[in-house]
Design a protein around this ligand. Structure first.
Ligand SMILES: C[S@@+](CC[C@H](N)C(=O)[O-])C[C@H]1O[C@@H](n2cnc3c(N)ncnc32)[C@H](O)[C@@H]1O
Length: 383
């Protein structure tokens, strides 16, 4: 046994998907290890009170450990939870959210709901890469090189078939060459029957909860249309009133549904191309969009109008100090928070609760099965 190999007992999974163990008072993070497991791990870099380690051998396996179905699992940087049975993934993610609220937010999250997705064949939007030989693949974990892929079990069937038809050949590179000059990666969006490619196609059309949306293949759109179908009605339930803000609105996904039950929607998004598309998705009316960073928008006259509801869907960094200060100043009666990072959500939730809000709903939506990524919907009410 190499001298830097150590035996560890994994206590739980943490945000980011690693197993957490303690050794000589130090936290040790072990990717691919599961709660309850006894493992042999090789200690890697770290700091005084924590270290990273790589899994060498599972000495006592969790009863929830399963054989990952993907042949390049462990090498591909896309998935990092395929070794955990799907129902346990949802349970662990919910536990991570609860722990984040207690540790980071310093608040009790109360009861947390959870909605699983299809465990495989769910992902509409992916980034594909080309190997130096022009074959399809994905970026390797913690590396800048590409691992060749013959398929992808988390991709929707249309994308799986598209990859499989080109596996082991340079066909994709030949087809895409004229469109992605000088690039070795491209975005793909697959619907039930169509595959749209960055460069070759410009706009995707997709139907969500009874509404048609158009968005650039290259831009942001939710990646799991299956769960979105359930998510949208749940997020929108009970929302109504006069004026609503949709902050970080992208191409206006939420704005479109908010416009059904609010008199006026104000959307804010820093990407001007997304705003252009948001305007097209919402159509006319008295709604308005601002192609601004939300921080700059808070200093404009429209931010002082007095909102019945503010919906926020920030990137992983969560709400910036400027936006949190604006919320604490304007105190909208209802804040709907859609989050892709439980740690920053917990931080912001703690601030909102200490500013006088009550957390009245918190639910995990598993938009990204087989990966550590966690999406949540939280609702905060004043008083
Ligand atoms: C998680 S996406 C949400 C998009 C949209 N709500 C949706 O569901 O399709 C976050 C969006 O915030 C935008 N964004 C990031 N930082 C921003 C900022 N400081 N101000 C305004 N928009 C920002 C990004 O361009 C991206 O479109």
């Amino acid at each position: 046994m190499a001298s830097d190999n150590v035996e560890l007992r994994i206590e739980k999974l943490v945000a980011g998907g690693s197993g957490l163990a303690f050794r000589e008072g130090k936290a040790v993070f072990v990717p691919l290890a599961l709660p309850g497991e006894r493992v042999l791990a090789r200690l890697g870099p770290g700091k005084r009170d924590w270290a990273e380690a790589s899994l060498v051998e599972v000495l006592e396996a969790s009863p929830h450990r399963v054989a990952p179905p993907c042949p390049i699992y462990g090498e591909c940087g896309g998935c990092d939870l395929q070794h955990l049975a799907y129902p346990s993934q949802v349970i662990e993610k919910t536990a991570i959210v609860a722990e984040s609220f207690r540790r980071m937010g310093k608040i009790d999250p109360g009861e947390i709901g959870a909605l699983p997705s299809l465990p495989f064949a769910y992902r509409n939007r992916l980034q594909l890469h080309l190997t130096p030989q022009g074959r399809l693949g994905f970026m390797k974990a913690s590396s800048s090189s590409v691992v060749e892929a013959a398929s992808c079990p988390v991709a929707v069937r249309s994308v799986q078939a598209w990859i499989e038809e080109r596996a082991g050949t340079a066909r994709a590179a030949e087809e895409l060459g004229p469109y992605i000059v000088g690039k070795d990666r491209f975005l793909v969006f697959g619907t039930e029957d169509k595959v749209m490619l960055e460069g070759r196609d410009s706009l995707v059309r997709a139907r969500v909860a009874g509404e048609d949306f158009t968005f650039p293949v290259k831009g942001f759109f939710q990646s799991n249309l299956y769960i979105l179908e359930h998510f949208i009605p749940e997020v929108m339930a009970g929302l109504e009133g006069g004026l609503v803000a949709d902050l970080y609105c992208g191409v206006g996904l939420f704005s479109r549904f908010l416009s059904r039950s609010f008199d006026r929607v104000i959307g804010v998004e820093q990407n001007p191309f997304a705003v252009e598309q948001a305007r097209a998705n919402l159509g006319g009316g008295k709604h308005e969009y601002h192609a601004l960073a939300v921080e700059d928008w808070t200093a404009t006259a429209s931010a002082a109008l007095g909102f019945d509801c503010v919906l926020v869907d920030p990137p992983r960094t969560g709400l910036s100090p400027v936006l949190r200060a604006w919320l604490a100043r304007t105190l909208p009666p209802l804040i709907v928070y859609v989050s892709c990072d439980p740690v920053t959500l917990a931080r912001d939730a703690g601030d909102l609760v200490r500013a006088g809000y009550r957390l009245d709903h918190l639910k995990v939506y598993d938009f990204y099965p087989q990966t550590h990524h966690i999406e949540c919907h939280a609702r905060f009410r004043r008083g």
